[in-house]
Design a binder for this molecule. Structure first.
Ligand code: TXA
Ligand code: MG
Length: 305
């Protein structure tokens, strides 16, 4: 059910959960200090309680209440990428953030989203915690329709159209005096080099608890391959032909990773919507830049990792 800005503010401030648009994916939002509302998020998503939530802010000034990290350490990243699809995991001032938000960790994830309507909402409600607006383990939502599919037609959605990026924020964590990648996302790791003087890498140890769980997976079995001989449905690129297979879903050009990522979750959801039980995914794409994000999401969606 679509709601107005005023209704969204009113519902959130009286302890309800509301779906909100961001430039990455839709989020399931609650006021950060309302423990009962935050608990509702976990219940609605069937989210494991050990998987903490990202706090969404309207401005970088709000951060100093919540983190003990020196501002000069995060300010260059904030200046370069916020508002935008970057999440920072910082040491938390634990007294200011309920345990349920952090899943009892001594750190907290933060981001300032760039969707103008959500920035307006945040300026009226204060910080909101929001995981992606999907049932735990399933593909994320990049449109109002996706949210309705998972949570029902009566669920309050503050509508913001189709999410531009269509894939989650990149997560950086500050560990041992360095920034490391916690989750690949809408910003490729190389984009941080001019700001940091080095390219942040992914550590062997899992930083984001969410990476430990099943994720992004449709019911449809995905076969990640470059061999389509026994394919009945192919997910492939618009600049290629797949003459031997009747059913194709083309998610964009093999030269345009942003385009493909923006269609990723809609495609995964479409497979289930159309009752397709098995699909071959064309894996002939580079292993650089945002293609790394696509690879990681597909491996999780196919339940290979
Ligand atoms: O683009 C996004 O980031 C979207 C939009 C709605 O902002 N949000 C999103 O939230 O993707 P979610 O909950 O689906 O994924 C958040 C990830 C999870 O893997 C979680 O484990 C990790 O962030 N995370 C949250 N707090 C953390 C913390 N304190 N330390 C490490 N990882 C954390
Ligand atoms: Mg998620």
């Amino acid at each position: 059910m679509k709601i107005t800005l005023e209704q969204a503010v009113e519902l959130l401030l009286r302890g309800e959960v509301v779906a909100i648009p961001t430039e990455t994916v839709y989020g399931l939002a609650a006021v950060y200090h309302d423990r009962a509302a935050v608990q509702k998020i976990y219940q609605l998503k069937n989210r494991p309680p050990k998987n903490p939530l990202i706090m969404h802010l309207a401005s970088v000034q709000e951060l100093s209440t919540f983190t003990s990290l020196d501002e000069e350490l995060y300010a260059p990243l904030a200046k370069a990428f916020w508002p935008g699809p970057l999440t920072l995991v910082l040491p938390a001032i634990t007294a200011t953030i309920p345990e349920i938000v952090r899943a009892s960790l001594p750190t907290q994830a933060f981001r300032i989203p760039s969707h103008p309507m959500t920035l307006k909402l945040l300026s009226k409600t204060g910080p909101l915690v929001a995981p992606s607006a999907n049932l735990s383990g399933r593909p994320s939502s990049v449109s109002e329709k996706h949210v309705e599919t998972d949570f029902g037609l009566d669920f309050p959605v503050f509508p913001g159209g189709q999410c531009k990026k269509g894939v989650e924020s990149t997560i950086l964590a500050f560990q041992n005096d360095r920034w490391v990648i916690g989750r690949l996302g809408a910003i490729p790791p190389s984009s941080f080099t001019p700001i940091l003087g080095y390219e942040p890498t992914q550590e062997k140890a899992v930083i984001c608890p969410g990476q430990l769980y099943r994720h992004y997976a449709p019911q449809c079995k995905l076969i990640l391959t470059d061999n389509f001989s026994d394919a009945t449905c192919i997910i492939g690129f618009s600049d290629r032909t797949y003459p031997k297979t009747a059913k194709h879903i083309l998610w964009g050009s093999s030269n345009h990773s942003e385009e493909v990522l923006s269609n990723l979750y809609d495609t995964l959801r479409r497979l289930d919507h159309e009752g397709i039980s098995q699909a071959h995914v064309d894996m002939r794409f580079p292993s650089t830049g945002l293609w790394q994000t696509l690879l990681e999401r597909l491996q999780k969606a196919a339940q290979l990792v």
